[in-house]
Design a protein around this ligand. Sequence first.
Ligand SMILES: *Cc1c(COP(=O)(O)O)cnc(C)c1O
Length: 380
Amino acid sequence: MTDNEFERIYLSPPDIGDAERRYVTEAFDTNWIAPLGPHVDAFEAEFCEFVGARHAAALSSGTAALHLALRLAGVGPGEEVVVSTLTFVASASPIVQLGARPIFIDSERTSWNLDPNRLADFLRRRAADNRLPKALVAVHLYGQCADLDAIVDLCQRYEVTLIEDAAEALGASYRGRSPGVFGESGIFSFNGNKIITTSGGGMFVSDDEALVERVRKLATQARDPAPHYEHSELGYNYRMSNVLAGIGRGQLASLSDKVAATRRNFEVYFDALGGLPGVEFMPEAKWGRHSRWLTCLTIDPERAGVDRETIRQAMVAQNIEARPVWKPMHLQPVFQDAETIGGEVAEDLFRRGLCLPSGSSLTKPQLRRIIKAFREVVAP
Ligand SMILES: *Cc1c(COP(=O)(O)O)cnc(C)c1O
């Protein structure tokens, strides 16, 4: 294992094997290049098996999957949807694009995911006013599940549709089960930087067969069954292509190895940096297994003697890509008018949080180089 000292180390680059190449070649050899085809069906079936869902629809992106999940939950103009504030913008943008209003909710410190206590307070108040939100988008951040038992319980009690944004958490578990299967529907992403990738793609999963059939229809321009083109409603062009599903099948087959590798990255970082003053790693909540899609930590500038940005820039100077933790949605200019429940925890994690290079293909020399760059500024 070699490492060119000047070669760029990316945050989470694609990690592609021979199986992917074989499946793609097969798609070419059989001329199944069009969207849909045998790889799409097989990828959906294999994905269902992996996450323990009954039905799945392979789509062009995780954002497309969330858009359809929200639409099928009845989200539209005038409705409100609660969503984690500490997340990527795609957890919230389809809410606004459907004409509804997002309500952002703060994180708790155990998992960095949405705080069920705050959610309970909020829903109690809204129930008293008879103004309950339509749905909740619960995000599982950086490979760790939110506290699903508490969240599921609240959603059932107040009849709020639960949609899980598990885009970052494929390969994680909550009390032994995959995220994505606890609510009405779950979505996953296969974007280029996720733990598995199809270059771009997503998956919608649900135990409700009729719902997944609705997704399939809406994702193929809402074509009615007829020999000609007949449309009684409007849909989207959101299906995954057969070529990309071939990549997905190969990637899925090595997902467990990838999670083992990302968890190993975390262990190496933790052993090397965990003892430094003011350095605290994202905890692994007792309810599940963190996939460590990204290894994240916070810096206490008083104790570390240096702040997050200084460390990040020192790494950038050595051609190492590290990123701040997501900037909360309630701080984004585009959402400045949205209601927010709390927000201080997410703001603190954003201000002090850093994501380290975490790819499943990171080599030992690369890890050593990252650790050295980190220690040079934090413990010189
Ligand atoms: C990546 C991501 C998405 C969107 O997935 P795409 O496939 O890129 O559209 C949604 N939510 C979260 C939390 C993500 O990280």
